[in-house]
Design a protein around this ligand. Structure first.
Ligand code: CP
Length: 321
């Protein structure tokens, strides 16, 4: 594996899940695999879970993780080609990436969507320059349009808690005061479509996700109807993806607090588990009562971020010459 952005990069999901459960049961069994290898974890944006779980996964595999916060501990990077570099960005990504790559064996990159230029974001302009100019395996730690380590952890959590062969999984949009990227819902949709689940997406009109991620999922605009009989509820905010309303890309179309997941919503489910990738805004995305209920799985899901990252790094290390 030389890159990890999409569900197709991990191969058959049953094998990936089997490996994840092995890694979870015995996380230090591959401690020699990463000996003398270095992973560079590059953050253009803030993180708690991704930063810590990636470091922990690398350490479990015997690797040396090095974290760099771009712009805080390094020069600010220019990522557009053909610009006159007269701003506060002192170094071009074209020069920086080969340098970073020369110091390591694997690169992880967090680079959120800017949410102003859909083409720039959906072309994955930043992480693709790491792939193109680095010549080393690259892991998305949430890039402009995908968050595969999160979606893989979500799948592991659902696998561990499902009681039905084919559970109903509902991803619901929920309100948020800031405009957020679509990476988490895009990847969750992509991974749920590849898994053996009955997958439904619900959101207000205008929030339609890109068709390459929606796939064959059922889209239901009536949130309560979507949630009926759900076994897992996955709540997430995202900004306008610009699919049905290109002029509103990255904007906030709704602040309807009726979409905040509360006990009224959970009551129509089949005693569903509640998941959120965190960080979560209480009483915006989800009520205190639901996020503090015994059916919440956010902490378990966050713990599985080490497992998903470790499986990905393990696969990459096994493929290194
Ligand atoms: N879920 C997630 O990616 O969390 P962080 O942004 O804290 O890394």
């Amino acid at each position: 594996m030389d890159r990890f952005l999409h569900v197709s990069d991990i191969g058959p999901l049953d094998k990936a899940l089997e490996e994840a459960l092995q890694v979870k049961a015995n996380p230090l069994a591959w401690k020699q695999l990463g000996a003398d290898k270095t992973i560079m974890l590059i953050f253009f944006n803030s993180s708690l879970r991704t930063r810590l779980s990636s470091q922990k996964a690398a350490l479990n595999l015997g690797m040396n993780p090095i974290v760099l916060n771009i712009g805080q501990e390094s020069w600010k990077l220019e990522t557009q080609m053909g610009v006159v570099m007269d701003s506060d960005k002192s170094e071009h990504i074209r020069e920086a990436v080969p340098v970073i790559a020369s110091y390591c064996d694997i690169i992880g990159v967090r680079s959120f969507a800017g949410l102003s230029d859909r083409e720039y974001d959906y072309n994955e302009t930043i992480i693709n320059q790491f792939i193109e100019y680095g010549g080393k395996p690259v892991i998305s730690l949430e890039s402009a349009t995908v968050h595969p380590c999160q979606a893989f952890a979500d799948l592991i959590t659902i696998e561990e808690h499902r009681t039905k062969q084919r559970p109903k999984v509902v991803m619901t949009w929920a309100p948020h005061p800031k405009a957020l990227p679509q990476a988490v819902p895009n990847s969750f949709a992509e991974w749920m479509n590849a898994a053996d689940v009955d997958f439904v997406i619900t959101h207000p009109e205008g929030y339609e996700l890109d068709s390459r991620f929606v796939g064959n999922a059922k889209v239901e605009y009536d949130q309560m109807k979507a949630l009926e009989g759900a076994d897992f509820v996955y709540a997430k905010n995202w900004s306008c993806p610009g699919v049905t309303r290109p002029e509103s890309y990255g904007g906030i179309l709704s602040r309807d607090m009726g979409w905040t997941v509360d006990e009224r919503h959970m009551a129509v489910t089949d005693n569903a588990y509640f998941l959120h990738c965190l960080p979560v805004r209480r009483n915006m995305i989800v009520s205190d009562a639901v996020t503090d209920s015994p059916r919440r799985l956010a902490a378990e899901d966050a713990a599985n971020r080490v497992v998903s990252a470790q499986v990905v790094m393990k696969r990459i290390l096994e493929g290194l010459k």
